[in-house]
Design a protein around this ligand. Structure first.
Ligand SMILES: *Cc1c(COP(=O)(O)O)cnc(C)c1O
Length: 422
């Protein structure tokens, strides 16, 4: 639970995990830990639920019926596999071969549905009838509402009262699909309060409820489960780039909020040491921190060790360990923590962590729209912004893959008011 260290699970020795061809590789880890990050910092009453989830996942992830149904939904509901698109004009401009992984074409307009489908299906196999989720910008709530409607769950999404107001379209979308949106008016009325409410609900309704977490965050086993369900992105890229180029890319670039689209595209390449993995965080107005707020959301670059969402990771916090509210032009990157495995990979230097500012992201948003006729999500625009910097420094490499995590239609108003300086 956010900010409260209640208990930590014991380490039960090492484990290895595999899902349909994705390997953990040689990352040495004890159960639920990535180096020192991760774990289960939750109230004792939640431990049985986490154990049940872990057992359920271990049981079904290799079950042929489960895998066949998962593949069916990914293909016919979500629209996979997504193309790996050679961006000819962008490539010409920067003098490298630049490929875009088109997660913007997934149903709903972003990668989030990959994970929502996986978890909802798992919940169904585990006999659950009710889904709960929390959401800040509303995009994960929307993905949850989609699978909730399609698979016949009672679906409840917790959302800070401030966010409900800020994200009226997503709130309406969720309601259209039969989801109950519960506005939380306690605390700062934003995501972290919604997270607390979701945990509270789960404790009370463990028997019939699955808590569908939207990124590679939260207590173990969530970071692993979400990463595995999102790794379909990286597995497809590997096959596609081998088909088009006959070799591995020199670098893969992804934006990082909680880190799920980054871990999803990186994970199948972690062992391929020649491939540079680059995570671009939201640098907001530039990296500044006060006691009350962080003017950015760059946890890998500027966070410190702390507990958020039931895991030890890198979080934005003040001197007293109070979580700072992050700030970014892109609501989907506005999370005060980052997934523990990504924190570990960045610390061990397998992943390079950088940030792009609001200005740079908005510039990249315009650039891709003009050059390629593709309007990217503002989140993804942070990854695209790195292309310019890297090309200037001669660091781009010959073959580059950018994860285009989502489409930008949802961001038009934000970009319009940003231009007007509002
Ligand atoms: C939510 C979202 C993100 C950030 O979440 P991650 O878990 O870091 O991937 C990035 N891009 C888009 C389009 C999103 O909707």
């Amino acid at each position: 639970m956010a900010e409260t260290k209640v208990s930590e699970s014991q380490t039960k020795g090492s484990y290895s995990n595999e899902l349909a061809g994705s390997k953990t590789g040689n990352i040495t880890q004890v159960r639920g830990k990535y180096g020192k990050y991760g774990g289960q910092y939750v109230p004792e009453v939640l431990m049985p639920a986490l154990e049940e989830l872990e057992k359920g996942y271990e049981r079904y992830k290799n079950d042929s019926k489960f895998i066949a149904e998962l593949e069916h939904y990914l293909r016919d509901f979500a629209g996979r596999k997504t193309p790996l698109y050679f961006a000819r004009n962008l490539s010409k401009k920067y003098g490298s071969k630049i490929y875009l992984k088109r997660e913007d074409l997934v149903h709903g307009g972003a990668h989030k549905l990959n994970n929502a489908i996986g978890q909802a299906l798992l919940a169904k196999y585990m006999g659950k009838t009710r889904l709960i989720a929390e959401t800040g910008a509303g995009q994960h709530g929307t993905a949850t509402a989609m699978v909730g409607a399609n698979l016949g769950f009672e679906t409840i999404v917790y959302m800070g009262a401030k966010d409900v107001k800020r994200q009226q379209m997503n709130t309406y979308r969720m309601k259209l699909m039969g989801t109950e949106v519960k506005a939380i008016s306690t605390g700062s009325k934003t995501l972290k309060d919604a997270i607390n409410e979701a945990f509270r609900d789960w404790v009370t309704n463990i028997v019939n409820t699955h808590y569908l977490i939207g990124s590679v965050v939260g207590p173990y086993p969530y970071p692993m489960i979400v990463r595995d369900f999102q790794s379909v992105i990286g597995r497809e890229v590997k096959e596609q780039i081998m088909g088009k180029e006959g070799r591995m890319p020199d670098s893969i670039i992804a934006c990082a909020g909680g880190g799920s689209n980054a871990m999803g595209i990186f994970h199948p390449f972690v062992e391929d040491k020649e491939v540079k993995l680059i995570a671009v965080e939201a640098g907001g107005k530039g990296l500044k921190c006060t006691e009350k707020a962080a003017f950015h959301s760059a946890c890998l670059c500027a966070g410190e060790e702390g507990i958020l969402h039931g895991a030890l990771t890198k979080v934005l916090q003040d001197k007293n360990g109070q979580i700072l509210e992050s700030e970014s032009v892109s609501a989907g990157l506005d999370y005060s923590g980052v997934g523990p495995e990504l924190a570990y990979l960045a610390e061990s230097r397998r992943v390079t962590a950088l940030y792009a500012t609001d200005d740079e992201a908005v510039e990249a948003f315009h650039e891709l729209s003009r050059l390629e006729g593709i309007i990217p999500a503002l989140e993804s625009s942070h990854a695209l912004a790195y292309l310019k910097k890297a090309a200037e420094n001669g660091e781009l490499g010959d073959i580059v893959v950018v994860n285009l995590s989502g489409r930008g239609d949802k961001d038009l108003e934000t970009v319009l008011s940003f231009k007007r300086g509002i």
